[in-house]
Unconditional design. Structure first.
Length: 282
């Protein structure tokens, strides 16, 4: 225990360094305790320079200490711990430097593993990015509850949405789709004019993922259901909607033609392509 450090900083460092806590029970308890301390202190402590410096120091530890990533990228980490950590980092970001936190998130979302990385490393990177997207959604939600941070988020919203569209275009796995759609729905509900400007780009990319024969039924359903959630925007893009329908029919025709010549014994491939075909009607 270092002298001069606040209880919050001690707890955060303990969470990141407690490698012996294989069940994550201590780290979850400490994270809940830290979240409670932070939330209560923001409601009761006067907005002093010392208090803001402590909050900034906590954010720096989260951003620059690899301890956060080591926890999040581990596949066996309870989702409850990931959720609490996202709330902690989001709260610190909204209270101190929202721009710094968002820049940090996108820098890491834009960095992909090289070809020589092992499957284990690729999976760790995937868990990390899934959490970063959940953190981004948490930041967007938290920033909307305060007038000052909402204005900040509003100013940065074009950059945030562009970053999400770029990620949707370059991502290497459909695992990110549910959280991406959650974020897009948030933009559609809270930043309608901005979302309307990028609507065609977004739908084009979602349709592309929807046509992926390897996509699971749950991921495909989340994409299809998003079309109706964006219902308010279709009216302004009727020519685009008609063009999209034409592409759907062309794609379906090509898939059906492939099905007629595909060997019957190739059942998994056959089911995958037939699944894409039937989903075009949903």
């Amino acid at each position: 225990q270092a002298t001069g450090e606040s209880r919050a900083i001690q707890l955060l460092k303990r969470i990141f360094s407690d490698e012996d806590d294989t069940s994550f029970s201590r780290r979850l308890a400490h994270s809940n305790q830290l979240l409670k301390i932070l939330e209560e202190s923001r409601n009761t402590v006067s907005d002093s320079l010392q208090f803001r410096q402590e909050q900034m120091q906590l954010l720096d530890i989260c951003i620059y200490d690899e301890g956060l990533r080591r926890i999040v990228e581990f596949g066996k980490v309870p989702s409850s711990l990931r959720t609490v950590l996202a709330k902690i980092v989001s709260g610190l970001a909204c209270y101190t430097r929202l721009d710094l936190a968002l820049s940090w998130i996108f820098d890491r979302l834009e960095s992909w593993p090289t070809a020589e990385k092992s499957i284990v490393e690729v999976n760790k990177d995937r868990e990390w990015k899934k959490w970063l997207l959940r953190l981004l959604k948490q930041v967007l939600v938290d920033s909307s509850t305060d007038q000052y941070t909402y204005r900040q988020a509003q100013e940065m919203s074009p950059t945030i949405l562009s970053g999400i569209i770029t990620f949707l275009d370059t991502m290497d796995s459909p695992e990110y789709i549910p959280t991406i759609i959650d974020i897009l729905v948030f933009f559609a509900e809270n930043y309608q004019n901005l979302f309307r400007q990028r609507f065609k780009d977004i739908i084009d990319l979602l349709v592309g993922w929807n046509m992926d024969i390897g996509l699971s039924d749950t991921k495909r359903e989340s994409i299809i259901s998003s079309y109706s959630k964006f219902g308010a925007f279709w009216g302004g893009y009727l020519p685009f909607a008609v063009s999209l329908l034409r592409h759907f029919l062309d794609d379906m025709h090509a898939i059906v033609r492939e099905l007629t010549i595909m060997p019957i014994h190739d059942t998994e491939e056959y089911k995958g392509r037939w699944g894409v075909c039937t989903n075009l009607f949903e």
